[in-house]
Design a binder for this molecule. Structure first.
Ligand code: SF4
Length: 475
């Protein structure tokens, strides 16, 4: 297996392409409130990037999470459709890689002879190289990063010697492909909202604009970091163009998704540029950012662009747990960020990871008490009981590769892919539990008691109630 880094754009003859967005299947996990439907922006970016190359393209954007039976039907449909394509491109995440392997293998079995490309932003695909090799020994390429340039290369060159390709974009391409992608999204977005309303009773229509490629901060549990390129930021102009496109869909809100909208000089400069051109979102605007960055800007500037809610990666109100996570902020900063926003009538959505591998019951209890107080003040929460193990996060490397933690601290999901005579087992690491015996058992008990909820807020209320009860028994 070779690894190559792309640096140039290649063009060539007319080809046929089948593109598949990550296929999410609905499981038993109570956290499957993500059974919401979101437009497949990543795959639209790929489509937009090659759309001018005079190629014939079929895109499966998989707008909705589906059941296991529905997945099998979809996989057969894709395998039939792609038969004559030169390339079958499968965009995937860590959560959906087994579905991507399944589809690719079925396509081969049904006679697909072209190149198979499996890729995504995380560097998770190499972790499953053995599984990918077993299912698809020939002509399978793994693309890490933004696949636009890799896809062009693979479309235009018959022989590409590197099977693992690291594909990055420059700032200009990032802006252009982003805006083009949203034009494709508009075509499909109504289908997503219709699904959310009919199946989940959710009538909000939030249009997500991904304003950064990834985050450079390096929190230990986070997979957004360690992407093999510098972060790219959508310019103020590109954001405004994307918002104009979004407004054509009559959304109830717009979300600037990217984890670090206000980060550093660049973030503040972009905010200022938006203000200078009198940009103001005419619908609810939610932006994602780091608690520390909230304290570096004038809240009036946030209000000027129409911000109604800020989503913050708080993670914990315990200094010790924040330090375990390598969050590089203290609890006081988190409190100040929340208070500043609430005092300025800006809503807050706070993401929490309740336990770290080194957490004690006291630290978790303190965090829970703060969460309850903030819930009374209208703060909405999304709570995870323990960090998820997503590659290539530091915790994943420590726990799965370097085996730093006790095996009983790691939970797994076991997946079996059976297509014809090929039978593949994938054991995916899931959560990293606390070392503290009572706390670890409490997390597992609460997880088993959770019932599936349609919103992360409802799930969070359940978690707080159940976890408090568990801690009472321990302390
Ligand atoms: S958790 Fe948030 S701040 Fe930390 S690295 Fe990930 S995206 Fe950045």
């Amino acid at each position: 297996m070779h690894m190559g880094v792309l640096s140039s754009d290649n063009r060539g003859s007319v080809k046929t392409l089948t593109l598949v967005a990550p296929v999410q299947t609905i499981g038993d996990d109570p956290y499957d409130n993500k059974a919401r439907s979101f437009p497949a922006v990543g795959v639209y970016r790929l489509a937009a990037a090659v759309a001018d190359s005079n190629i014939q393209m079929t895109v499966f954007d998989n707008p909705t999470p589906i059941t296991g039976i529905e997945f099998l039907n979809l996989a057969h449909n894709i395998a039939r459709t792609c038969k004559k394509s030169n390339i079958l491109g499968l965009s995937t995440t860590y959560t959906t890689i087994d579905n991507a392997i399944h589809i690719a293998h079925l396509a081969r079995q049904k006679g697909f002879k072209g190149k198979i490309v499996i890729g995504g932003m995380g560097a998770y695909a190499p972790i499953f190289i053995n599984e990918i090799d077993k299912a698809l020994p020939d002509d399978t390429y793994i693309v890490i990063g933004f696949g636009e340039l890799a896809l062009k290369l693979l479309l235009n060159q018959d022989e590409v010697k590197d099977r693992i390709i690291i594909s990055t974009l420059n700032q200009h391409n990032f802006n252009v492909f982003s805006v083009l992608a949203y034009r494709f999204v508009v075509e499909a977005v109504h289908m997503h909202w219709k699904y959310n309303e009919e199946r989940l009773g959710d009538s909000s229509r939030f249009f997500r604009i991904i304003t950064e490629s990834h985050c450079p901060r390096g929190c230990r549990y986070c997979s957004s970091t360690h992407i093999p390129s510098k972060p790219l930021y959508m310019s103020a102009d590109a954001i405004k163009s994307a918002v104009d496109i979004a407004l054509d869909t009559n959304p109830t809100g717009i979300m600037f998704q990217g984890d670090n909208f206000l980060l550093g000089r660049k973030g503040k400069q972009r905010l200022q540029e938006l203000i200078d051109t009198n940009f103001q979102s005419p619908v609810d605007l939610m932006l994602q950012t780091h608690p520390k960055d909230v304290l570096d800007v004038d809240p009036d500037h946030l209000i000027k662009i129409g911000t109604t809610t800020v989503s913050l990666g708080i993670e914990s109100f315990s200094d010790e747990i924040l330090s375990h996570f390598g969050k590089k902020i203290d609890a006081d900063t988190c409190h100040s960020a929340i208070s500043t926003l609430l005092d300025n009538n800006i809503g807050v959505f706070a993401n929490i990871i309740l336990t770290s591998p080194e957490a004690t019951p006291d630290q978790v209890k303190h965090s829970l008490e703060c969460i309850k107080q903030y819930m009374k003040r209208g703060v909405k929460f999304g709570i995870n009981l323990a960090p998820k193990l997503y590659p290539p996060s530091i915790l994943f490397i420590e726990a799965v590769v370097n085996k730093k933690y006790d095996e009983q601290q790691i939970t797994y999901t076991n997946i079996r892919i059976k297509v014809g005579d090929v039978d593949i087992s994938i054991r995916k690491p899931d959560m990293l539990l606390p070392q503290h015996d009572g706390l670890r058992k409490a997390v597992l008990r609460v997880r088993n008691m959770l019932t599936r909820s349609q919103t992360s807020e409802n799930l969070s209320v359940q978690i707080v109630r159940l976890m408090e009860r568990e801690l009472e028994a321990i302390l």
